[in-house]
Design a protein around this ligand. Sequence first.
Ligand code: ZN
Ligand code: ZN
Length: 329
Amino acid sequence: MATEMALTEVAAGVYELRLPIPFEDGLVNVFVFIEGEEADLLDCGMNSDESVELIHRALRRLGASHLRRLVVTHIHPDHYGAAGTLAGEGLADLYIHRLEVPLVHPRYVELEHLVKEVRTYLLVNGVPPDEAEVLSNSQRALSQVVKTAEPAVQLDGAEVIDMGEHRLRVEWTPGHSPGHICLYEASTGLLFAGDHMLPELSPNIGLHPQSTPDPLHEYLDGLRRLAGYRPKLVLPAHGRPFSDAGSRVETLTRHHHRRLDQVMEIVGREEKTGWRVALDLWGPRANLYEKRLALQEGLAHLQALAVDGRLIKSVTPSSVRWRSPSTQV
Ligand SMILES: [Zn+2]
Ligand SMILES: [Zn+2]
């Protein structure tokens, strides 16, 4: 039985296609831009037969015979997974921010080095050795739904790209991923937000071996900049389109500021590891993937507090610890 296709015109010549994924709310939104028989695609879902077939069916239904370019917001499997099936030699041109490019190979092709690096990172941040072993291996599963492709264009941000009949500007918005990009069209007020600005979820902002060194500050700066554009319509990668970017950004920012205060309280009068802080914040989590996300998210907040001078971060080869400036050690 063919999967029902969720294809909706969201702006002139721009179609939202919802593709199945096995996490978050079960769907990722990708966008098809049509110009005559040419199509451009923003994000491409996972590399599963079902998902790729939905893309081909959508293109046929829209009368497109040729996929011209594939732009990806970032390299997470739900956005980049099918890149190698749709783009590369003889296929569409892949456009991707250059800070994402070096992350691809260690994450999806030759995992051994990164698995080792992640294990060390987990151990120094206080994860017990047996859990560190399991957690560091948990990313192997993701490489199975990703087929990588060579980029045709590496983006810095601020480029203007033709997508269908629209001209969109690349907005570099690091935080959720180092080279995460949004696309914005000033003349129509359309903002394609990827995972940067979601209507219901607060995107995971984590400090880990493949993140930038201070992702939370970067993330919040990016939100503020985009809200300043006063977009008319935000088209997120998960959830439904929405119009009030300003109040969404306010909610997301308040959420992180509250969490920063919570983390300060948890650190309290005792020097702690990131793992202790994450456990105190979220309690024990059964799901492995969630545990790792919780640690990464906790560390991003701890790091932002250290950068702001609200916490002291001390490191040795075997541990990373955080304490309040008033705590004596
Ligand atoms: Zn993502
Ligand atoms: Zn996503």
